[in-house]
Design a binder for this molecule. Structure first.
Ligand SMILES: [Zn+2]
Length: 355
C-alpha cells in the first residue's frame, strides 16, 4: 500500500540523529477511516510498513468526548485502554499516547521529531516571539504536560486556527519538546522540513552560534574504571551499572524536554564523582546520577549499555540545544511541576507495566 510505503520512507529519512534521539519522535499516515502509527518502543529508523499500528479513527474521535477522571494516573490509564480498544482487531503493537494528536491533523502524513536545532528555539527564553517572526504560519504551543492533556490542548488550538484561517497549520512547535509537521504528500513533508531547518540554520549563523559541540579528548580507560568503581560502590553491587564517557563538554544544568528526563533524569551531577558527592546527590534527589559532568570529562551511566549510551547522547543533545538557545535569549529548562509530572508518569507507567 502506497501510504504505508511513503510513511516508512519518511520515518527513515527523519529517524536520523539530526531529528530524533533514542526511540523519540513519531510518524503516522491516514485515510478517512484509518490512522497508521509507529508503535511505542520502536525507532523511526527501523520501521517497516507492516509495523505501523492501524487504528479506527472513529474510536480515536471518541477519546475527546470521553469523561476522563481528574487524577492524572487514572486518566492516563483510561486513555491507554481506549487507545488499545481503537486498534483494529488482529493488529499488534501498542500505540503511542500521542496518537490522538496525530489524528487531529487532517493531512495524510504527520512526522513528529525533536531536532536540537528546533529545540534551540522551543527551549529559548524568546522562543515564542522568535517563532512568530521566523514561522508566522506556524502554531506555537506553550509547555503542556505530555499525554492526554497535550493532545486535548493541541486539538483545541488546531480547531481554533482552522476557524480563523480556514486551513490547518502545517507546523506546530511545542515548547520544550519539538515539532509536528503535517503534509498531504511525502514531497511536501520533505520541503517543509528542509525550509524549517534552513530558516533556523540561517538564524543561528547570523547569531554566530556554532552547530557542533566542542568536546575535549575522551577519558582514558583507567579514568573510566575509577568512576565506574566509585559509582558501583556507592549505588550498590546488586544494581547493574554500565558506564560510557566522552571528553569534557558543557552539560546543561537542567532538563530541556520530557525525553531528556526519561533518558538522563532531571539533573546531572556537576563536579567530581567522589563517594561523598554521589551520596549527597542521591540523598537530595532520590536517584543516582545518570550523567556526571566532571571537570575533565562527561560520564553517563545506565543499567544497560544501551541506557548508558542514550544518557550520553541526550547530554550531548542538551548541550547543543543550550548552545543554540544563546541565539534566542538563553535557555529555559522544564519547571519543577513539569519535572514532577514526568517523574511520576514514568513511575506509573513502569508500575502498570510490571503489574
Ligand atoms: Zn515528542
Amino acid at each position: 500500500m502506497n501510504l504505508l510505503n511513503s510513511i516508512t520512507q519518511l520515518s527513515h529519512e527523519f529517524g536520523t540523529a539530526d531529528y530524533v534521539q533514542g526511540g523519540g519522535g513519531n510518524a503516522s499516515a491516514k485515510d478517512a477511516q484509518t490512522l497508521w502509527i509507529k508503535p511505542s518502543g520502536t525507532t523511526l529508523a527501523d520501521l517497516t510498513p507492516d509495523r505501523f499500528v492501524p487504528m479506527d479513527r472513529r474510536l480515536l474521535e471518541a477519546l475527546y468526548t470521553a469523561r476522563v477522571p481528574p487524577d492524572p494516573a487514572q486518566r492516563e490509564a483510561l486513555v491507554k485502554n481506549m487507545l488499545a480498544a481503537a486498534v483494529f482487531r488482529g493488529a499488534t503493537g501498542r500505540p503511542s499516547v500521542e496518537t490522538p494528536l496525530h489524528d487531529s491533523f487532517q493531512t495524510a502524513f504527520v512526522v513528529h521529531t525533536h531536532p536540537a536545532r528546533v529545540n534551540g528555539m522551543t527551549c529559548a527564553r524568546d522562543g515564542a516571539a522568535v517563532c512568530g517572526k521566523l514561522f508566522p504560519d506556524a502554531l506555537w504551543i506553550p509547555y503542556t504536560d505530555p499525554g492526554y492533556t497535550l493532545c486535548v490542548r493541541v486539538r483545541a488550538e488546531i480547531r481554533a486556527w482552522r476557524g480563523r484561517t480556514g486551513t490547518d497549520p502545517a507546523l506546530v512547535f511545542l515548547q520544550n519538546h519539538g515539532v509536528f509537521a503535517a503534509a498531504a504528500t511525502a514531497r511536501e513533508m520533505r520541503r517543509l522540513y528542509k525550509s524549517t531547518m534552513a530558516t533556523l540554520d540561517r538564524a543561528y549563523a547570523e547569531a554566530g552560534v556554532p552547530d557542533a559541540l566542542s568536546i575535549s579528548p575522551a577519558p582514558r580507560p583507567e579514568r573510566m574504571a575509577q568512576v565506574l568503581h566509585t559509582l558501583r560502590e556507592v549505588v550498590g553491587v546488586d544494581q547493574p551499572i554500565h558506564l560510557v564517557g566522552a571528553g569534557f563538554f558543557s552539560v546543561p544544568t537542567g532538563p530541556f524536554t520530557p525525553d531528556h528526563i526519561v533518558y538522563m533524569k532531571s539533573l546531572p551531577l556537576l563536579g567530581e564523582a567522589t563517594p561523598a558527592a554521589l551520596r549527597a546527590f542521591i540523598e537530595r534527589h532520590g536517584y543516582w546520577p545518570r550523567v556526571i559532568a566532571a571537570p575533565d570529562a562527561v560520564f553517563a551511566a545506565g543499567t544497560t549499555p544501551r541506557n548508558a549510551a542514550l544518557a550520553l547522547e541526550m547530554a550531548k543533545d542538551g548541550a547543543r540545544i543550550a548552545q543554540f538557545t544563546e541565539a534566542f535569549g538563553g535557555a529555559v529548562y522544564l519547571s519543577e511541576p513539569a519535572r514532577d509530572f514526568i517523574d511520576h508518569w514514568e513511575v506509573e507507567q513502569y508500575r502498570r507495566g510490571v503489574i
